[in-house]
Structure formats: C-alpha cells, structure tokens
Design a protein around this ligand. Structure first.
Ligand code: COA
Length: 333
C-alpha cells in the first residue's frame, strides 16, 4: 500500500502591510482593542492586480522546488480558497497549474473556508493512498481583502492575504506517512460566517447589492465560542485515537484566527509555549492559507526538521473543522 508523505512547504506574502493603526483610520477601532482581542498587529494586503492564483503560484514554485519532485510528475492540484480568482469558474487550481507549466494534472478548488488546507490535505492523502495519484500539490491561497467589507470593524480587523503550498507524495515507508486527518462540518451554523450573495442563494436582484453581499459577514462572538469548544474536542480526539501524547508533538500549528482561540485550545492540550506556532500577530487570519504559511514560517527559520511531528487544526465557515497529525518527511535532507 502507498502512504502519503508531506515532502515540502512554501509560502508567499504580499508586500503591503496594513497595521492596526491604519485600520483605526478607516473604522472605529484601535490598535489596543484589536491586539487585546485577537493578538493581531498587522496583516498583508495583495496589490490590486495580484490575484489569488498569482500568490498561490509563487508559494507552489517554492514548495515544488524544495520537494525535489519533478514538476511534470505532479498529477493533482487542490487549492483551498474562499477568494478564488473567479467565483464560479475556472477553478483557481487550474490557473495555478497552468502558471506552473504542469503536465495537465487534475486540478480543482476546495471550498472549506479556514479548514481548506486540512480538507485539501485529506484529499491528497486519500488519492495517494488509493494509488490514483502519486504527487499532489496542495495550495492554500487567499485574497481575503477582495471579499472584506472595510467599513465593518467586526470583520475587517481580522483578515489578510497570502498563500502557502505543500507537496504530498507517495511513499512505501510508513514512518514517513501522514498519520491521520480528521475532517467534519455542520451546516446548521452556515449563517455564522458567510458571503450571502453572488450565488444561487442570492437575496438581491440589483447588481450593486449583489457586489456588497459578496463581502464576508460574521457573527464573531458565537463563532469564537464554538471554535474553542469544537477544536479542543477534535484535537483531543485525534491524539487519543492515535495514542499520541501532546508532548510528542514538536509543532502545534493551529489555524491563525485569533490568539485567544489558539491559547484556549493549546492550554486544554497542555501545550508548552515552544510547541505552539504563531504567525497571527504579523499576518492575521488568512483562512485556507494560514496553516501552510505558518508551517513555512518555522521551516524558513530552520525550526522544522525531518521526522518532526506536527499537529494541525482548523475551524472555519461552513462550519467546517479538522485536525491532522503530520510528520515532516522531506526527500532532500
Ligand atoms: N474595535 C472596537 N470595538 C469593537 C470592534 C473593533 N474592531 N469589533 C467589535 N467591537 C465592539 C462590539 O461592537 C461590542 O461592543 P458593545 O459591547 O458596545 O456591543 C464589543 O466590542 C464586544 O464585541 P464582541 O463581538 O462580543 O467581541 P469579541 O470579544 O467576541 O471579539 C472578535 C470580536 C471578532 C475579535 C471575536 O469574536 C473573534 O475573534 N471571533 C472568532 C473569529 C474567527 O475566528 N473567525 C473565523 C473563523 S476561522
């Protein structure tokens, strides 16, 4: 049987920095309020002409280069995004694939909001383990600034832009394999986080209203409470299910939504400070891109070594959530 190995990581962040003080000039908020409630200091904003696929392509270039897998051998591209280049078609994954000059692999987008990377990783694992695909490029890319209402202080303080990517390859060596991935959803809470218009559920006829309705809306406080409760249960379950103690986790890489959510889940798992990977302060919440961007952060600091075990967790619109136990298994040592 083939196993799925997490071979490499790459990321890209746009140059423009939007600080809390910049936001305080746009809406009624302050650096102090935002930092205290979320742990965010600043986020990156893509240039006007920079698309989600452009950022995803840059992250993927790095991931492929670092993987040692020839690009013509990539046979599946999955892009987790809620801010695709185009709402309905073509999928952003097909554009990324073309930008990279890949050999016409299967390519599609994954709509699971902030859980997009973990969902996409589970697709990669399933395709590789079934033998249907051998080398999967998993991308998380978001231009959330394109779907953010910068007059709504309840959401615009949270989100940022960026991309991350990973290459997942078949291996015969079980030691290298992704151990387990949990994924779940509950549509009963669909209205907590949504872009209400622009689709077949649209409530407006006029085009201007359609455009405004494409911005994200969120019931933040309710989302916060469910996120803490659900994630704590989910990570405890994936550890127990695999007989792994939290002190065997070298890097706990949570979705970077809010420092208080991360702390609550980390504390419930008795994670030490040095186990928890944090990028929320400098990038905010980049939805499907946040986990691979955070993994890339420790990789580029030289803190992620071959064989080290990562615990990933995420929670987002849908509602969706998931967790994964992933050893870092590069081909190139
Ligand atoms: N600046 C200043 N005040 C703000 C504000 C801002 N940016 N946003 C909201 N407020 C105000 C509210 O109007 C409210 O005022 P009131 O008490 O006078 O009514 C007060 O702050 C408390 O609002 P509340 O929404 O209860 O705050 P909170 O502690 O829940 O923090 C979030 C708000 C958005 C930071 C928090 O709910 C959160 O992070 N939620 C989860 C978000 C998330 O993870 N989403 C994505 C899932 S991946």
């Amino acid at each position: 049987m083939a196993y799925a190995a997490f071979r490499s990581i790459g990321a890209y962040v746009p140059q423009k920095v939007l600080t809390n003080n910049d936001l305080a000039e746009m809406v009624d908020t302050s650096d102090e309020w935002i930092y205290k409630r979320t742990g965010i200091k600043e986020r990156r904003i893509a240039a006007k002409e920079e698309k989600t696929s452009d950022m995803g392509t840059k992250a993927a270039e790095l991931a492929i280069e670092r993987s040692g897998v020839p690009r013509e051998d990539i046979d599946l591209v999955v892009c987790g995004t809620i801010s695709p280049d185009y709402f309905n078609m073509p999928a952003t994954a097909t554009i990324i694939s073309n930008n990279l000059g890949l050999n016409s692999p299967m390519a599609f987008d994954m709509s699971a909001a902030c859980t997009g990377f973990i969902y996409s990783l589970s697709i990669a694992k399933a395709f590789v383990e079934s033998g249907m695909k051998k080398n999967v490029l998993v991308v998380g890319a978001e231009k959330l600034s394109a779907i953010t209402d910068f007059t709504d202080r309840g959401t615009c303080i949270l989100f940022g832009d960026g991309a991350g990517a990973a290459v997942i390859s078949a291996t015969e060596n079980k030691e290298e394999a992704i151990i387990d991935i949990h994924t779940a959803a509950d549509g009963a809470y669909a209205d907590l986080l949504m872009t209400p218009n622009g689709g077949s559920g649209s409530q407006h006829d006029a085009l201007e209203s359609e455009a405004a309705g494409c911005y994200m809306q969120m019931k933040g406080n309710e989302t916060f409470k469910i996120a803490v409760r659900t994630l704590t249960k989910d990570v405890k379950e994936i550890l127990a299910h695999n007989n792994i103690e939290s002190d065997s986790i070298k890097h706990f890489v949570p979705h970077q939504a809010n420092l208080r959510i991360i702390k609550a889940v980390g504390d419930a798992l008795k994670m030490k400070k040095e186990q928890v990977v944090l990028t929320v302060e400098k990038y905010g919440n980049t939805s499907g891109a946040s986990i691979p961007m955070a993994i890339n952060d420790i990789y580029e600091k030289g803190e992620l070594k071959a064989g080290e075990l990562m615990l990933l967790d995420a929670f987002g619109g849908g509602l969706t959530w998931g967790s994964a136990l992933v050893p870092f298994s590069p081909l190139k040592k």
